[in-house]
Design a protein around this ligand. Structure first.
Ligand SMILES: Cc1cc2nc3c(=O)[nH]c(=O)nc-3n(C[C@H](O)[C@H](O)[C@H](O)COP(=O)(O)OP(=O)(O)OC[C@H]3O[C@@H](n4cnc5c(N)ncnc54)[C@H](O)[C@@H]3O)c2cc1C
Length: 232
């Protein structure tokens, strides 16, 4: 692929951001097992770097995915794996389905602040008994009046100790395991959501990781149904 001047301008912006705001601190953050994620995401958001290929309507740049590839290459020059992974969770794991299938209400609440860097997101798919075999996950989200009541736990959840919301995959019916799932946007301060202690890793140390538990956490059904009805 041939990169244009616009691609190269984006590359320079990210290169400077990484050089000035991140790389000088990597050693310290890797030792500490965390980095100031809210501060770094806000700075990245101010530069537009968390919404490169997200819709302009919600604060994104609306560019095609080739620009996100350039960003991934440049974030790859960070002197550790944890921070690029943490940024990737925000831009390419917990928000793409939301951007594509979420209702406008949902996107205003979660996508807009994720793009601006005001909120940190995480993605909850893996479980103790379901990693590669995602179809085997056991977390359930059952309809109860206007709510979905979510029970289960998610393992190895990057960003979760600092996250404002989780995009969580759960079984919403007893149908076949490949078609009974929905992604549900859940604010992390919802009663019933709790975290394990910080999981101390050998690598990717500066990204925070924990287990997320949901014990009869009640989440508005509009949130869940928006992602299912338009995504299936
Ligand atoms: C640092 C870190 C951060 C993470 N962050 C997140 C996160 O934010 N959100 C989230 O949801 N998850 C996260 N995960 C979980 C990650 O996605 C899972 O670890 C991954 O899906 C693998 O699942 P598992 O660990 O259960 O391994 P398993 O699925 O048990 O796999 C173990 C081994 O068996 C192999 N294997 C599995 N199935 C097959 C098969 N059918 N044929 C051949 N080989 C097979 C695998 O390749 C692997 O080598 C994170 C993990 C780590 C280590």
């Amino acid at each position: 692929m041939i990169f244009t001047q616009e691609h190269e301008a984006l590359r320079r912006t990210i290169h400077q951001f990484v050089d000035h705001e991140i790389n000088p601190h990597v050693e310290e953050w890797e030792k500490a097992g965390r980095f100031p994620i809210h501060e770094i995401f806000r700075k990245a958001g101010n530069l537009g770097l968390l919404g490169i290929s997200k819709p302009e309507k919600f604060g994104g740049m609306g560019l095609d995915y080739s620009y996100s590839i350039v960003a991934a290459e440049e974030f790859g020059t960070i002197h550790c794996g944890g921070i690029p992974m943490s940024i990737g969770v925000q831009t390419d794991m917990c928000t793409p389905a939301l951007a594509r299938f979420g209702s406008d209400e949902l996107r205003d609440e979660f996508l807009r602040p994720a793009i601006s860097g005001e909120q940190v997101g995480c993605i909850g798919v893996s479980e103790v008994g379901a990693g590669s075999d995602v179809a085997g996950l056991k977390t359930t989200a059952r309809k109860d009046g206007d709510d979905y009541v979510i029970n289960g736990s998610k393992m190895w959840i990057t960003n979760s100790p600092s996250a404002d919301f989780i995009c969580l995959l759960a079984n919403t019916s007893d149908d076949k395991p490949h078609i009974n799932k929905s992604l549900i946007m859940v604010p992390m301060n919802t009663p019933g959501i709790s975290l394990s202690s910080h999981l101390d890793k050998l690598g990717m140390r500066s990204s925070e990781t924990a287990q997320v538990f949901s014990t009869t956490c009640a989440c508005r059904s509009a949130t869940a149904s928006a992602m299912k009805a338009r995504g299936s």
